[in-house]
Ligand binder design. Structure first.
Ligand code: DGL
Length: 266
């Protein structure tokens, strides 16, 4: 495997750009190939089988693009397709999910007693955050809430306005999240509304942003596998399975004006 090969990253849409942006910030020499499966968005209300099939097809595409690592920058796909991807391509390249690094970081922090988790229906129904956390520390309380409107709302560009304030307020005031000391943003779209979520809690609850935690983990893993690139990065490539204006706009937001966005049907 050549160190100059790109890192493959995928999500259902723009959410994974929060992870890609964080990877780009701490690893500016790495070339990224990003795939947003905009044709099948949102993943959060699809069946586990459908999510697995989309993810495997994207994984094969990223391997065909010579990626040296795959980052599943989506909690929903991490919940339902991680093992299938490891089984199929894990002997060729490392596959990273967004759940395990966050669980490890929460435990390592050692200061939380009651952790809130918000994510898509599919992620919350998988129960993975709660089971992984309590497998390591059964004394930790985990309260999870599905917040299915948030990813489509963000994908449509609704953040930092009256509509997003109302939707966020109505979810976070749920009795299910009462008494939490930390809140995991278990959907990669949610860092885009992190400010609004922090304002809701007035600094009394720690907001756990998986994008930065996963980016640090990617760095450690590349280093461990001898795959870190030290030459200046070639241009990033962005693929979508269906062209949307909002995807292009958000990509420019994270990566500046000069982006190359290509259509690739699955
Ligand atoms: N960004 C994705 C996640 O982390 C999912 C959003 C969706 O497509 O429902 O779960």
């Amino acid at each position: 495997m050549t160190t100059t090969y790109p890192i493959g990253i995928f999500d259902s849409g723009i959410g994974g750009l929060t992870v890609a942006g964080a990877i780009h910030r701490i690893l500016p020499d790495e070339q990224l190939v990003y795939f947003g499966d905009t044709e099948h968005l949102p993943y959060g209300d699809k069946s586990p089988e459908a999510i697995r099939n989309y993810s495997l097809t994207i994984g094969r595409f990223l391997v065909s693009q010579n990626c040296k690592m795959i980052v599943i920058a989506c909690n929903t796909a991490s919940s339902h397709a991680y093992q299938a991807l490891v089984d199929e391509i894990g002997d060729q390249i490392p596959v990273i999910n967004v759940i395990d690094p966050v669980v490890a970081a929460l435990i390592k922090a050692g200061k939380y007693k009651h952790i809130g988790v918000i994510g898509t229906k599919s992620t919350i129904q998988s129960g993975l955050y709660a089971s992984k956390i309590s497998n390591i520390d059964p004394a930790l309380k985990v309260s999870s809430l599905a917040t299915p409107l948030l990813a489509p709302m963000i994908e449509e560009g609704f953040f930092d306005n009256n509509i997003s304030h109302t939707v966020i307020q109505s979810y976070l005031s749920s009795p299910k999240l009462k008494g939490i000391d930390s809140l995991v943003l278990a959907c990669t779209h949610y860092p885009l509304i992190r400010k609004e979520i922090s304002e809701y809690y007035e600094g009394k609850v720690d907001i756990i942003n998986s994008a930065e935690i996963v980016a640090e983990y990617v760095k450690t893993e590349l280093d461990r596998s001898g795959l870190l690139n030290s030459l200046p990065a070639k241009g990033h490539r962005f693929y979508v399975s269906d062209y949307t204006r909002s995807f292009e706009k958000s990509t420019r937001l994270f990566f500046g004006e000069k982006i190359s966005l290509k259509l690739h049907r699955l």
